[in-house]
Design a protein around this ligand. Structure first.
Ligand code: ACM
Length: 264
């Protein structure tokens, strides 16, 4: 069994140090093996210039946020998945980092950028892969990636048992859609969304829908948070439940695929 969950909260735009330190204080109370934090959890979401992106992005793993998360992961023997803006030379990515008790492990760069993210970030070109964190194999995707069922499928085919999904959701559909993503791939998913709203630079107000959730391979919602409450939630997950893809004596989700017919 693995104790896994999320921390749903309200980041303050631009206040990286304040956001990181307040998250660390909260995580310090958690009894958990794996915690997922929202997308861009340290910076906030609604960038209005490339200059802001440049100022708030960090190199991975040497930047402040990755280093601070590594400290708490080591102290608490914790695995963390967290969304941050990444600087790689003169290029910026909307990234998710995986950190374990022994330090930084991997970065996933968001593949499907949403709306004005396209003005500021370069889309990732990663292969989707799973990481062994001892008690489970996890995969990463970020927010709008949920809209592309290929992502969850690729992660499941790569062996992910728990999809860790940092998010800053504004559209209403994702919490229900993740039920289908889990059902069709027979995996768990932990979606960590944020709360609150942002309206910067005269742009349209973005209101984040909360409702972070943990869904199991049978599509059952093990827990769904409220729309606007700060919530740290951990549940017991048995990753073995995601290891087989058998529905009944005749159907197996992976063996039944007709890949040769899916080519258009
Ligand atoms: C989103 O991808 N942040 C909606």
């Amino acid at each position: 069994m693995i104790r896994g969950g999320f921390y749903q909260f309200r980041p303050v735009f631009g206040e990286v140090q304040r956001n990181v330190e307040s998250v660390l204080r909260r995580l310090d109370e958690a009894e958990a093996d794996l915690i997922v934090l929202p997308e861009l959890f340290n910076s906030g979401y609604q960038f209005i210039s490339r200059r802001e992106v440049a100022e708030l992005s960090e190199e991975i793993p040497d930047g402040f946020t990755t280093q601070r998360l590594c400290e708490i992961a080591k102290d608490k023997k914790l695995w963390l998945v967290a969304g941050i803006p990444e600087r790689a030379g003169r290029v910026f990515y909307n990234s998710s980092i995986l950190i374990g008790p022994k330090g930084y492990v991997a970065t996933y760069r968001k593949t499907h950028l949403f709306y004005e993210e396209k003005l500021f970030f370069k889309p990732g070109a990663n292969r989707f892969r799973a990481y062994d964190i001892g008690k489970a194999r996890i995969g990463m995707m970020i927010c709008f990636d949920w809209y592309f069922p290929e992502v969850a499928r690729a992660l499941a085919l790569a062996g992910a048992e728990i999809i860790c999904h940092p998010a800053n959701l504004v559209l209403p559909h994702c919490p229900d859609a993740m039920v289908t993503r889990c059902l069709e791939n027979h995996v768990f998913a932990i979606t960590a969304n944020r709360i609150g709203s942002e309206q910067r630079g005269g742009k349209k107000r973005l209101t984040y829908i909360g409702q972070s959730e943990i869904v199991d391979p049978k599509g059952r919602i093990l827990f769904r948070a409220a729309r606007s409450q700060e919530v740290l939630k951990i549940v017991e997950i048995n990753p073995r439940e995601a290891r087989h893809k058998t529905l009944n004596r005749y159907n197996n989700l992976f063996h039944d695929r007709r890949v040769e017919l899916y080519v258009v």
